[in-house]
Design a protein around this ligand. Structure first.
Ligand SMILES: Cc1ncc(COP(=O)(O)O)c(C=O)c1O
Length: 333
């Protein structure tokens, strides 16, 4: 049972597949900025689901959000002289995207203490911890970044998967008021809509930065294929499939949590997102071995930095059948 990668296993909703097929005749180049239909759908989704108002011109689509994360330092013009701040336990692509440029990378959950950053990554709900950052902490980070000239990039790819807490976007008026300067939010359809194989994400926020990114991206390529743009618009226009998918993950989370706690594990954070952040106080590779003996693959926490050395990450992305057998597997050796 593979609970390591966090790749969706449920079908891509029909409404999305039909939109892809209907747009299959695509002889011409797609535009880098995306169709206005697509940007309207992204903006409409942000308004409806996140309470965030962004003009369509401040939205830029991307092939997947991993690609967006990896290339953001490049597109922002950072280089070997730059300083990028990432969360303490973090999705590795933040550091890799900065590291390939030779930029200095600092891992901390207190970006407010760094005075010379060029780019500050935040990630709420977080991977791997499932932690949700409160709006007042986001507000403090944005205020600090503005006072030091750093850009805040908020990776919000799990924003619709809140369980115990409702996650907030960095662009919400309670964080930034009506001023998006120096702030970007990154979104993805992969988990919300079982869209990971199609590859789609977008960035929204500071209109000047987004327009600058567009100017560069027009020459770097990486335009989103037209059929995927059409499918993405259909996905953002529809919330029904998201409710269904949320129910599936909620039910799986309950079974996995109960079985893990019954087996003596502690679950830290994990109030939102697609993972359980699990420990029993031992080095993570010992826990990985324990699960492997039971035919279960989990991710060692040290993949996400030294802060994860005593945790493993357990994804909610297994089929209902596999999840139903989880408890039996834990008790059988
Ligand atoms: C925190 C975080 N950001 C970004 C991504 C990239 O997702 P995608 O490229 O599928 O949009 C992932 C994928 O797991 C992730 O966990």
């Amino acid at each position: 049972m593979d609970l390591s990668v966090g790749t969706p296993v449920d079908a891509t909703p029909l409404v999305i597949r039909q939109a892809l097929i209907a747009a299959a005749d695509a002889p011409g180049y797609p535009t880098t900025a995306g169709t206005s239909r697509l940007r309207d759908s992204c903006a409409g989704w942000m308004q409806r689901r996140l309470g965030v108002t962004v003009p369509p011109s401040a939205i830029l689509p991307s092939i997947g959000s991993k690609e967006l994360v990896a290339n953001l330092p490049t597109v922002l013009g950072l280089g070997a002289h730059s300083h990028v701040v990432v969360p303490l336990a973090a999705y590795p692509t933040y550091a890799v995207g900065a590291g390939v440029l030779g930029a200095r990378v600092t891992a901390t959950d207190r970006p407010e203490d760094v005075s010379d950053a060029d780019l500050i990554w935040i990630n709420s709900p977080g991977n791997p911890t499932g932690r949700v950052m409160p709006a007042d902490q986001m507000r403090a980070i944005v205020a600090h970044a503005r006072s030091t000239g750093a850009v805040v990039a908020s990776d919000e790819c799990y924003v619709e998967l809140g369980w115990d807490v409702t996650p907030c976007s960095v662009l919400h008026p309670s964080v930034v008021g009506n001023d998006h300067s120096g702030v970007l939010a990154l979104h993805s359809l992969s988990k919300r809509s079982n869209f990971a194989g199609y590859r789609f994400g977008f960035v929204a926020g500071d209109p000047e930065i987004v327009q600058r990114m567009l100017g560069i991206r027009k020459h770097l390529g990486m335009m989103v294929p037209s059929p995927v743009q059409a499918a993405a618009a259909a996905a953002f226009d529809d919330d029904d499939h998201v409710a269904v998918q949320r129910e599936r993950y909620f039910a799986r989370r309950k079974i996995l949590r109960t079985a893990l706690m019954d087996s003596g594990f502690t679950i830290d954070h994990s109030e939102a997102g697609l993972y359980l952040w699990v420990t029993r106080g031992e080095p993570c590779w010992e826990t990985v071995g324990w699960f492997a003996d039971r035919g279960i693959l989990v991710t060692p926490g040290d993949f996400y930095g030294v802060a994860g050395a005593h945790h493993v990450r357990v994804a909610l992305t297994a089929t209902d059948e596999a999840v139903a057998s989880f408890s039996d597997r834990l008790s059988a050796v």
